[in-house]
Design a protein around this ligand. Structure first.
Ligand code: ADP
Length: 304
């Protein structure tokens, strides 16, 4: 079983009160790839970077985590995207991006795009998020959709996580159309009701639930006392609540690690409901630590 995660990882700068910046790396699909690798899944990260020192450092860090690097395209003279996390006096964080010229955005238009597409078509499972979709523009998204259609025709599967960031999109209609198309191509859907309501308005979950029966769906709600994953497959429809968490320190990568936990558990043969419980366990550990990537020693023991 070979999994490919498609998307963008950026240089992350966290601003301290004195204005100095601490460098890290961040990206939703990369987080998922990293946790998949830690859970023993064979995973490639599919993206484009530049030939600069930060791109080198990213690739080195991913290699140390056991993520497959063969399909990372390195574009001469280009750079990764960058963002600054600013924390105001009230502790609220805001994100500020320089990503329009990031190499990752050209994954489906750079000279090696045909190779990238051919490799994706041969994968067993391709994981894409709503943020990945926002990177490529209309032509790139069409190329990705064609690639995923070819993969599915061969018997491969597509997992889609609805991560929605309005800033990544020129307008709502473009985003809605792209999400609808991706949902229709997904065999496994991770959706947060919050994202869906934001994008589609009230009852956004209907946009996902219309695929019940055909697709396996994990619909995450966070309006009760604990987050709940509603798991739908075939005719079954079950609510799997998250277990109690000692302390929520930082919810960065909660959804990304949830997806990794779920996919790894499913690949290991667990049923969807049991996979959701394991996914909650991993996400629960991730939110107990600062940052997207928790220390290896903090990885919870999962039931597979
Ligand atoms: P995202 O918005 O990043 O998709 P979610 O809010 O959907 O993240 O949360 C993903 C998962 O993180 C939840 O399904 C749950 O497993 C875990 N989680 C998040 N917040 C909490 C919490 N307060 N208590 C327990 N688990 C949580």
């Amino acid at each position: 079983m070979r999994v490919a995660c498609v998307g963008e990882c950026m240089v992350e700068l966290s601003e301290r009160p004195d204005g100095s910046l601490v460098r890290g790396f961040g990206g939703d699909t990369l987080n998922t790839a990293l946790y998949l690798a830690r859970l023993g899944v064979t995973v490639d990260y599919v993206t484009a970077l530049g030939d600069d020192p930060w791109s080198d450092a990213m690739v080195e860090a991913w290699g140390r985590e056991g993520i497959g690097l063969e399909r990372v395209r390195r574009l001469p003279g280009r750079m990764p995207g960058l963002y600054i996390i600013r924390t105001d006096d009230a502790g609220e964080r805001s994100f500020h991006y320089w990503r329009d010229s990031a190499a990752a955005r050209d994954l489906f238009s750079e000279p090696g795009a045909a190779e990238t597409r051919a490799a994706l078509e041969a994968d067993d499972l391709v994981y894409v998020s709503g943020i990945s979709l926002s990177l490529y523009g209309e032509a790139g998204r069409a190329a990705l959709a064609e690639t995923l259609a070819a993969l599915r025709a061969r018997g491969g599967r597509v997992a889609f996580d609805t991560n929605y960031r309005p800033r990544g999109w020129p307008d709502w209609e473009v985003a809605r159309a792209a999400f609808r198309a991706a949902l229709a191509q997904a065999d496994l859907i991770f959706a947060s009701v919050e994202d869906l309501d934001w994008l589609f308005g009230e009852a956004g979950d209907e946009e996902v639930l219309r695929h019940r029966g055909r697709a396996e769906i994990v619909l995450k709600t966070a309006d009760g006392p604990v987050p709940v994953a509603r798991v739908l497959h075939g005719t079954s429809d079950t609510k799997v609540p998250a277990g109690p968490v000692d302390r929520v320190v930082d919810t960065t990568a909660a959804g990304d690690s949830f997806a990794a936990g779920y996919l790894a558990a499913r690949i290991a043969g667990l049923a969807p409901e049991a996979a959701a419980a394991e996914a909650h366990r991993l996400a629960g550990a991730v939110i107990g630590h600062r940052g997207a990537v928790i220390p290896r020693e903090a990885m919870p023991a999962l039931a597979f």
